[in-house]
Design a protein around this ligand. Structure first.
Ligand code: A2P
Length: 326
């Protein structure tokens, strides 16, 4: 493996925490169906070689350990000088989303990653589950409402200790974000949510922009191949026409579109060729006519979060989970 990245400079965005810049393009490490650790480690090493510098993991994904091992190996092989060259995000799982368990959960994440800090630590979903063993899917009876005040205070403490440089949330609606903002001493730096041309999240993006919160997109390609994903994005006729006219792939058009919206974006591919293709979104642009066509694509949420509603939990319907933003 040589140490010269194929893509050289992915732009970075300042986070409102003032403690770091986030590379706009991030590499997703969640695999569905699951893969073994060696496969994840190899993919991360290839991604570092390609030039990705932002990696997204979560305690749920079983990718923290292989990501940490890949980083150590990347330093040993001279692909990067040190871990400081990377931006690593991880997430708090629902069973640990209780004031007293947040810091221990982050410590475990750091141990898995074999690092002294993460760059960004997110509340994975706006719901808690019975403390104890990590479970997914969460059993109907194990859901609990999240006490935003104590959980967010514990997240703030994580930032104060320096174990994470920034804190944020994931899968939060405008209303739930406002609840956090109302009690926060440190506002969330990021809300990581689904954004793609078929689910553009205009209202949520506007809300976040006005409050200095960066939206980071997941399912930018519609998470095709996963249990909740769809082909709707990569098979969109509008996107296919634009891609053909530009000599790009539909995936590149999706990623370039997200980039031009001024948000952060994640994409997962463990295939080297697609990894390179997905990173090749700089140095060209969409015309205003193309952006306009994309803005008219019929909208439909891909990641509905069906696993997070429960007749015995705080969100009995997906409308309640997303506060009608669906
Ligand atoms: P693979 O890892 O085999 O490349 P998302 O980032 O929206 O969750 O999408 C991830 C899914 O899309 C994965 O199944 C991934 O498969 C696939 N994928 C990633 N990049 C591309 C691409 N450029 N073209 C087609 N499929 C892609």
């Amino acid at each position: 493996m040589d140490a010269n990245p194929i893509i050289l400079a992915i732009p970075e965005i300042n986070l409102n925490s003032g403690t770091g810049k986030i590379p706009v393009l991030g590499f997703g490490t969640a695999s569905d169906p699951p893969v073994d650790s060696e496969t994840t480690k190899r993919a991360v090493l290839e991604a570092i070689q390609v030039g990705y510098r932002h990696f997204d993991t979560a305690s749920l994904y079983n990718s923290e350990k292989p990501l940490g091992e890949a980083v150590v190996e990347a330093v040993n092989r001279g692909l990067i000088k040190s871990r400081e060259e990377l931006f690593i995000t991880s997430k708090l799982w629902c069973n640990d989303a209780h004031g007293q368990y947040v810091l221990p959960a982050l410590m475990k994440t750091l141990k898995n990653l074999d690092t002294g800090y993460v760059d960004l630590y997110l509340i994975h979903w706006p719901v808690s589950a019975k403390p104890g063993k990590m479970e997914y899917p969460i059993k109907e009876d194990d859901f609990l409402p999240m006490d935003f005040a104590t959980v967010w205070a514990a997240m703030e403490e994580c930032q104060r200790t320096g174990l994470t440089k920034s804190i944020g949330v994931s899968n939060f609606s405008c209303r739930k974000l406002q609840e956090i903002l109302d009690i926060a001493k440190i506002p969330p730096a990021v809300n990581q949510v689904e954004v793609n041309p078929c689910w553009q999240q205009k209202k949520l993006r506007e809300f976040c922009k006005d409050r200095g919160i960066l939206v980071v997109a997941y399912s930018t390609l519609g998470s095709v191949g996963t249990f909740y994903g769809t082909e709707r994005v990569l098979e969109s006729e509008v996107l296919k026409q634009i891609a053909q006219a530009k000599g790009k792939t539909v995936a590149q058009v999706c990623l370039r579109w997200a980039y031009e919206q001024g948000i952060g974006l994640l994409v997962k591919s463990f295939n080297k060729e697609r990894m390179e293709q997905n990173a090749d979104i700089l140095g060209w642009s969409l015309s205003s006519e193309e952006v306009d066509k994309i803005s008219k694509i019929p909208q439909g949420k891909v990641c509905l979060g069906l696993d997070y509603r429960s007749v015995r939990g705080p969100y009995k319907t997906i409308e309640e989970l997303w506060d009608g933003e669906i």
